[in-house]
Design a binder for this molecule. Structure first.
Ligand SMILES: [Zn+2]
Ligand SMILES: [Zn+2]
Length: 180
């Protein structure tokens, strides 16, 4: 389910400038673009952007505004790519062809998902908000908690048979606490 609440108009002039640049560039790429694309913003914390097809609307998550222009434009192109590729394309080959062409022309890397390295400032801020961070000693993946849980209290306990009570879902390793 897409959360359509709390969408507001974009007023940040710098972001409006970047949007204009991306839309104008895309118009030169001979894709079939919706006649008018509406841009809005919301406060989503995880998703960087969202496209809705019925009303040709792109919703940017405001946390991306803190990132580099390149990262912001990447999200804008990603979402314009969805409007061009259509609702059935998802991140499949049709969408990929569109964004590959955008990347070739603009030199901007457009990815399917945005990882922490694409959005380093947001990742850093999120990390600061976490009270507890644990790392798997084998594969290095981390789990983060905003507050104390059963896991944060017992992450290195063993069961009666001597096996670790908690193991990494990815690799079966055990955890070490790196913050908290
Ligand atoms: Zn997408
Ligand atoms: Zn692991």
């Amino acid at each position: 389910m897409q959360n359509i609440k709390n969408r507001t108009k974009i007023t940040n002039p710098h972001i409006l400038e970047l949007i204009k640049e991306c839309v104008d560039n895309t118009k030169t790429m001979d894709f079939k673009l919706p006649r008018k694309i509406r841009f809005l913003q919301c406060e989503a914390a995880r998703r960087a952007g969202l496209a809705t097809y019925k009303d040709s609307t792109i919703v940017l998550s405001t946390f991306i505004y803190k990132e580099t222009d390149e990262a912001i434009k990447s999200v804008i192109y990603h979402e314009i790519g969805h409007l061009i590729a259509g609702p059935l394309a998802h991140h499949g080959p049709v969408w990929q062809r569109v964004v590959n062409k955008m990347s070739q022309i603009t030199g901007i890397k457009i990815t399917r998902l945005y990882s922490d390295s694409d959005m380093p400032i947001h990742a850093e801020e999120r990390k600061k908000a976490y009270k507890y961070i644990f790392r798997c000693k084998s594969c290095g993946c981390t789990c983060n908690y905003l507050r104390e849980t059963v896991f944060t209290k017992t992450y290195n306990e063993k069961t009666l048979t001597g096996k670790p009570r908690w193991t990494c879902a990815r690799c079966g390793g055990t955890f070490e606490k790196i913050k908290g």
